[in-house]
Design a protein. Structure first.
Length: 310
């Protein structure tokens, strides 16, 4: 299991990191955004890319998603060129996970995407997408019928709403399963499991401790899981503690999940730190809390533009 790169100073790769020139049947994970609703300038809104045979599959569309993908392309990930962004899987419809959806619909089109954006998400996704297209109707009409050259189909969307867990997508040896997860009062929230070439990547989405994630992640090559500091949560008000316990997974609970599921690599994202997003030692602290709770497997607390391969 390898962390292939960290994009330092926005664009520079760690020395010696190589990129595969030829697409393989395996999977590749690019972390586009690890953020939360906190306005952390170093972390874009939650978004991940799973790459398979040179095609990107985006999970969630947090703020800044297309520019983060463009930064990854510049750093050596050609599958994340903006015009190639044509699939997105939404875990749920919270604003921090969907603020970049209009960006994902329209920016790649302006940059010459030729096909509609395929959008998979919970019930309510179709309505959200329709409202976004209505909001940008003048922009669409001018780009289609004005002086600017444009592709005729790239602004469109093809929405698939997911009402039940299970396999929702198959293509070229890749399968994607939706995993129902508990996320507070949301009726529908999902994680996703990507499988291809004998490799698996499981993405939790936003969730409280979930037995379905444990089952999906047993022996997975990579489990990407949200997390909140248990130490930090104890310092919050009773109201905030009740909220976060219903919506998110503490470091202590995540240790329990990982000890049972035994993924080859645990990747933390959507991190809520002790002391908030300005805590400079937050990543180290989260890992220390998980270790203290008994998990001794491989862990990385991800930063934007980290790249992993099984």
């Amino acid at each position: 299991m390898r962390l292939l790169s960290v994009l330092a100073a926005g664009l520079s790769l760690l020395a010696g990191t190589a990129r595969a020139e030829t697409p393989t049947d395996g999977l590749r994970l690019v972390v586009l955004g690890t953020g939360t609703p906190n306005a952390d300038p170093d972390r874009s809104g939650p978004a991940l890319a799973v790459i398979h045979v040179g095609r990107p599959f985006i999970v969630d569309a947090g703020a800044g998603v297309v520019r983060r993908a463009a930064a990854a392309e510049r750093a050596g990930e050609p599958a994340l060129a903006p015009e190639k962004l044509d699939r997105v899987f939404l875990t749920h419809l919270h604003s921090d996970h969907t603020l970049g959806l209009a960006d994902l619909i329209f920016t790649p089109w302006v940059l010459e995407r030729e096909t509609p954006l395929a959008v998979f998400g919970p019930p309510g996704t179709r309505k959200m997408v329709r409202h976004l297209r209505d909001a940008y109707r003048q922009d669409i009409d001018l780009r289609l019928h004005g002086l600017q050259p444009s592709t005729p189909e790239g602004w469109k969307t093809d929405v698939t709403e997911i009402s039940n867990a299970g396999r929702i997508f198959e293509e070229s040896g890749l399968s994607v399963e939706a995993i129902a997860v508990p996320h507070g009062e949301w009726k529908y929230a999902y994680g996703y499991k990507f499988s291809a070439g004998g490799e698996t990547i499981v993405i939790s989405g936003d969730t409280a401790k979930s037995a379905t994630i444990i089952d999906a992640a047993r022996g997975a090559d990579i489990l990407v899981h949200e997390v909140i500091s248990a130490r930090g949560l104890e310092k919050r008000s009773p109201e905030w503690r009740a909220y976060h316990h219903a919506y998110h997974t503490t470091t202590t609970e995540l240790a329990e999940i990982a000890m049972e599921a035994q993924p080859k690599l645990l990747v933390l994202y959507h991190q809520l730190y002790e002391g908030g997003h300005k805590n400079p030692d937050g990543d180290k602290g989260l890992i220390e809390e998980i270790r203290a709770a008994g998990y001794d497997g491989e862990i990385v607390s991800a930063k934007d533009l980290d790249v992993f391969e099984p």
